[in-house]
Ligand binder design. Structure first.
Ligand code: PA5
Length: 436
């Protein structure tokens, strides 16, 4: 993963100096958290990439659960409990799912959507044996309405067809949560989630690792990418850290009233990755500070997909108000290449495309877009992934998690809680209980 910031509308050197100075003690504290590795600090998610015990647990369970008959893994969870896994799955296997294939696939159930639940029931109806399906229920709190409702619907449907088969269900939740206890009582597989690792920081825990391992994905590569990026993000020379520079640029432009951050991914495969980051940034940074003179803080994250969305929001971005910072995320090489055939259907139309490869066309569009951003003096950062690999995805996600912690530090908000989400969750429960 490469990160560039120097070719954007520059953050002044004096601001870089002041802000990197402000971040350097926090970065050395984060380094300490990873060295201690005991899940006591709020930043404990940084201990996960080096947690060998956790990796072993996942690998052993995946080995026990996998059978050649496995066709569908239903991942039931919402927000931080599924967005990271979905991001990796869509990047690695989303295009594969457009055509028929032999490997198992993941189906995500997050909101209480009737048609999606019916589709899940149809998958169960069509299964020839219970071994074709595995359920992974994920809720850190163990009390999220959507997750419990969806799990009840599909598990009841499954039991009606195959009988209660506890061995086909894995439940992940906070140690001691009522959900984890109930699942253990029923002899389901249970995995206690590490303390102080919030949903949106949990992709390298069993939350992300187990579903991916069940598909045969080499999850150690994901972890290696995260480890490498952890070392980069937390290096003592903070101005060489991608996470520091990205946090610093976002903070600087926020103070200049640019309060939107668009993640402009130049491949549809990365759209869910952009959405994973959207949640991470929004839920971590969008806060009201406490105390008498409380202020609201927040950066509105958006996701755009290149080049599709240039034909949708490109005009607004280039010609409308200058109120956003952009991070372009692109892929250096796509393997195997896809070149236009020599014998073309319409050779006289756009002859400049002769012999061109699809990624070269995309790259030309990206360069054209960046030139237009430069001409309009629109600030942007760039992330280049060497390819769509678990290693690169792990590096990107770790970079972003570190960046958001650092941004929270600069903005003086707690990036680990979500008090206003809890508000809606609690009122929903009251409405369901009392009808109002
Ligand atoms: O990132 C977070 O902490 C949240 O998005 C939660 O993951 C989400 O609200 C679901 O909560 P839970 O995992 O407790 O079901």
């Amino acid at each position: 993963m490469k990160f560039h910031y120097t070719n954007s509308v520059a953050v002044p050197h004096v601001a870089i100096k002041a802000l990197s100075g402000e971040l350097s003690s926090y970065v050395s504290y984060l380094r300490q958290v990873t060295e201690v590795g005991t899940y006591e600090a709020m930043e404990s998610s940084l201990c996960v990439p080096n947690d060998d015990y956790m990796l072993d647990t996942v690998e052993r369970l995946a080995e026990r659960l996998w059978t050649a008959k496995l066709r569908t893994v239903l991942v039931i969870g919402i927000g931080g409990s599924n967005l990271g896994t979905q991001a990796i799955y869509d990047a690695m296997a989303g295009a594969r799912d457009l055509v028929s294939h032999d490997s198992p696939r993941l189906i995500f159930l997050d909101t209480t959507d009737t048609s999606r639940l019916r589709a899940a029931q149809t998958i169960i109806d069509r299964a020839l044996s219970a071994e074709e399906i595995l359920f992974i229920v994920i809720s850190k709190s163990g009390t999220t309405t959507e997750t419990i409702f969806n799990a009840e619907v599909v598990l009841a449907h499954f039991a009606a067809k195959f009988g209660r088969k506890a061995g086909r269900v894995v439940v992940m939740s906070e140690d001691g949560s009522p959900l984890l206890r109930a699942a253990a009582d029923q002899q389901m597989h249970t995995i206690p989630l590490p303390p102080r690792v919030g949903g949106r920081y949990s992709v390298f825990t069993p939350v992300g690792l187990l579903p991916l391992a069940l598909l045969g994905m080499p999850i150690r590569e994901l972890r290696s990418g995260a480890q490498a990026e952890l070392a980069n993000s937390l290096q003592p020379d903070v101005t060489d850290s991608a996470a520091v520079m990205s946090a610093l640029a976002q903070y600087y432009f926020y103070t200049q009233n640019l309060r939107q951050h668009d993640t402009f991914v130049f491949s549809p495969r990365l759209e869910s990755l952009g959405k994973w980051y959207r949640q991470l940034l929004a839920e971590s940074i969008g806060k009201t500070t406490v105390g008498e003179n409380s202020v609201t803080v927040g950066i509105t994250p958006t996701v755009s997909v290149g080049s599709t969305d240039l034909h949708s929001v490109g005009q607004l971005y280039l010609g409308g108000p200058h109120d956003r910072l952009t991070t372009f995320v692109s892929i250096e090489t796509m393997i195997p290449p896809l070149t236009l055939p020599v014998s073309r259907v319409w050779p006289d139309l756009l002859p400049l495309l002769d012999g061109k490869d699809a990624s070269l066309v995309t790259r030309a569009i990206l360069s054209g877009t960046q030139a237009a951003y430069n001409a309009s003096r629109l600030p942007y950062l760039e992330v280049e992934l060497a390819g769509v690999t678990l290693y690169e995805l792990g590096a990107f996600m770790q970079f972003k998690m570190c960046e958001v912690m650092m941004l929270g530090h600069l903005l003086r908000v707690n990036p680990f809680d979500q008090p206003h989400v809890e508000q809606y969750k609690n009122v929903t429960k009251r409405i369901l209980e009392t009808g109002q």
